[in-house]
Design a binder for this molecule. Structure first.
Ligand SMILES: [Zn+2]
Length: 197
């Protein structure tokens, strides 16, 4: 779901044009950034959902019981939003926190049931996940829609930023080039994810 997360960030740029795209991109992926550290520390890990198909698109059961628990994700989102509000004000902080948490919502849709409610899966409550990865075509199609929708909204928001007078033709060209490069990178990311590269 990597490309889908980033596509959402590009789309949010439309509603929060003052927030830099890198901050939105980082926010949408932030839970996985923390996951990488937890993974290196050996606290969180991935196992194949089906031992017969150990690798490839959406093939893992992700034991991210802290970063991807509902309460853990909310706490991380609140913390990142608070830090972001120092730079981009209260509203910017709220948008960033929402984008950080949106990662969990998208993961909830695609993951097999492996997302706990409480950190460390305390109390052994049921694990959550609608398991869209079981149908790779459908989840890849949803990611594609997020990337293309996000790219379109990003293009529109970028066009609205102030441009020097009499520079509208070259401004349009620059905006088109920037959105085009972003979209191409996201599509590449999606393709490599689906092909399991
Ligand atoms: Zn994740």
């Amino acid at each position: 779901m990597i490309a889908g997360h980033y596509g959402l960030a590009a789309g949010v740029k439309n509603w929060a044009p003052r927030l830099p795209l890198w901050a939105l991109m980082l926010s949408t992926f932030f839970l996985d950034v923390v996951f990488i550290f937890m993974y290196v520390a050996g606290i969180e890990y991935i196992t194949p959902a089906d031992p017969a198909h150990p690798s490839g698109y959406g093939s893992g059961l992700i034991h991210a019981y802290y970063t991807h628990s509902l309460v853990g994700a909310l706490a991380i989102a609140a913390l990142v939003g608070w830090v972001a509000s120092r730079w981009w004000g209260r509203r910017g902080g709220i948008v960033i926190a929402a984008v950080v948490f949106s990662h969990w919502i998208l993961d909830l849709v695609v993951h097999r049931p492996d997302l706990p409610i409480l950190p460390g899966n305390a109390g052994n409550l049921p694990l959550l996940g609608f398991g869209l990865w079981e149908t790779p075509i459908l989840s890849a199609a949803i990611e594609l829609a997020l990337v293309l929708g996000g790219a379109w909204l990003y293009y529109r928001s970028a066009l609205r930023l102030p441009s020097p007078p009499n520079a509208s033709a070259s401004h349009r060209r620059n905006v088109l080039a920037a959105s085009g490069v972003t979209t191409a990178l996201l599509l590449l990311l999606l393709a490599s994810d689906v092909l399991g590269l």
